[in-house]
Design a protein around this ligand. Structure first.
Ligand code: ADP
Ligand code: MG
Length: 144
């Protein structure tokens, strides 16, 4: 487990960007953290690191949003952003076809409020726990 403390939103964004640059495809990030922890901020950086050109917003009212990745260097094609806040189990996500995203080598998937769908976490999921330490400090625990 890697423990990182960020002192402002830009640092969390930059960390996401670094994680995005390291992706090779097939990654599934499971984000756990309260409202305002910085899950979306981290994923906005991740998306930029992946090569997503569109602005990533909180998908709360969509549950799932798919973004195109523009990347010549890597085989990445899609970023799948999921917000599980209003869900009670993974069954709802299965119904939306997420397993196909989880297993695609050209896709990177990230789930906010991942604890709501704990029952369908793939074995290789990369768990990121985010906790607010103060108004601007956040602790991010990145597993694996
Ligand atoms: P979540 O998706 O977890 O609900 P957001 O990323 O939407 O959280 O919001 C995080 C909020 O916290 C933003 O308003 C952001 O400006 C603020 N913030 C303050 N410090 C940080 C930090 N170190 N990292 C991320 N966000 C921070
Ligand atoms: Mg969010």
């Amino acid at each position: 487990m890697e423990k990182i403390i960020t002192k402002n939103e830009q640092a969390t964004f930059d960390l996401g960007k670094k994680l995005g640059r390291q992706c090779v495809g097939g990654e599934v990030f499971m984000l756990v953290g309260d409202l305002g922890a910085g899950k979306t901020k981290l994923l906005q950086g991740l998306a930029v690191g992946l090569g997503v050109k569109d602005k990533v917003n909180s998908p709360t009212f969509n549950i799932l949003k798919v973004y195109k990745i523009v990347s010549r260097a890597r085989r990445l094609r899609t970023f799948c952003h999921i917000d599980a806040y209003r869900l009670n189990s993974g069954a709802d996500l299965i119904a939306l076809g997420v397993e196909e995203y989880f297993s695609s080598p050209e896709t990177v998937t990230a789930v906010e409020w991942a604890e709501k769908v704990r029952d369908i976490w793939p074995k290789r999921a990369r768990v990121v726990k985010i906790k607010a330490l103060s108004e601007f400090a956040r602790q991010l625990n990145i597993y694996k």
